[in-house]
Design a binder for this molecule. Sequence first.
Ligand code: 5GP
Ligand code: MN
Length: 335
Amino acid sequence: MFTSSEISEIQKLLTPRHKIVIITHYNPDGDAVGSSLGLKHFLKQMGLEADVIVPNDFPKFLKWMPEAKQIIIADYKRKQAGEAIYNADVIFVLDFNASHRSGNLVGPWLEKARAKKILIDHHQQPDAFDYVYSDVTVPATSQMIYHFIQELNEENLVNKDIAECLYTGIMTDTGGFRFRSTSATTHRIVANLIEKGADPAMITSNTWDTNTVSRLHLLALILSRIEVVKDGKVAILWLKREELKEFGFQKGDTEGFVNYGLSIMGTQVAAFFMEDLYDDFIKISFRSKEDVDVNQFSRKYFNGGGHINAAGGKYMKTIEETIVDFKEKIEQEDF
Ligand code: 5GP
Ligand code: MN
């Protein structure tokens, strides 16, 4: 939560005289897009306009959300995005903890911007911003947007558009209300969102029942060669660039693949290694159960971070070398 004096300062910043921008992280996911659009629709209810800027494109299965098409994708609209950030009086920084997580283009713009910056995020170890609402116990930034609305005493402004966006963010970041930080409070908020017009069946179907046959074939391929090491405690999945191309990879196609590793009985950690489509690096996704901290693990060895049970990283070797190094590192850890 913000303190009450922070809230009154933020309230003063939220006036039609100020240009407001909302920024989220590179490779935006359901929570990034859901929290950003949810906040935008809320500000609209308050009579305020805001631009949502994302560093790069996001998966098609998130584009059904109200006004998703108006999101400014900085990769495609450099000038518009750069000017909006430069001219902003207030920037909401959502669902990430450090400027560099918004990428090589937006990150430096964000750092240089003269705007007052308001961080709302649930990742570990946030950087300093003018106002910080950081809580790693909340499963989704979209839930934090709801708490922010409550703190402003404006819950009655929540409409269908806001509800749909925040519901999507909470649903995706909790893996369908399953992950550990999903709480009774989460469910109470979700119940309110349904009352305000979020339709669970429609949202689930638009977001998750969107497989293509080629995505299922890609999944079949990686499942067929899943490897379990360290006495069954660690599952390894991987994909090469050529395979991504062969199966007509679309953004978001590999979302959720890593969770299959964790669904194996007895696994504590799942790691998914993927060659980047264009550049020579390996993108890694880590997932873990219970107290196994993949945020620390990824920070220590794989230039990354995230949450205790879900983190990502980047590695500059070949995929074969990366997996060899990974197998070596896990032997040094006591999970
Ligand atoms: P995913 O595996 O779904 O890409 O990411 C899991 C979590 O780790 C997300 O919360 C994401 O924000 C975070 N994350 C992913 N990649 C990186 C990275 O390279 N660096 C940091 N610090 N966090 C990451
Ligand atoms: Mn999130």
